[in-house]
Write a protein of this length. Sequence first.
Length: 147
Amino acid sequence: MHLEGLGERDHGAVLERSILESALSDCVVALQRLAEQLYQRFPDVSQPRMNAFQRLGDLDRLWLAASGEGLDSWIEDGERSQLNLLYQRRHLLAHTDGVVDSRYLERSGDQVYRVGQRLVVHARDVRRLVELTSRVGAGLRRTAPKR
């Protein structure tokens, strides 16, 4: 069997998959770090639990309590479900190497995958997450106390 050249083709696909999957994580972490830094500007807020701003529910609850605004102020209902889906996909990639489990299906509402399948991240997913996290980040910046 002659396999010369096969590795190069596979290498490119693996590299592309890795870049796209990393980009989902990078978006979530960037928004988390921004929220952590800006949240510290609010007077008299309690220290959130570790990685609270990685979870959309916690981010929304904490920011709403501190500023009076939250995700609903910055994105629409349908966009919130898209943001949740992409956050859940990032979580799945980080914790199960992208293999779908029942917990993911329950939390994400994803109708595309079944238990045991592996997620496929597309460039459009990354672009959408960049767009949504950018809008949320702008809302965080606008509502945080100025230094």
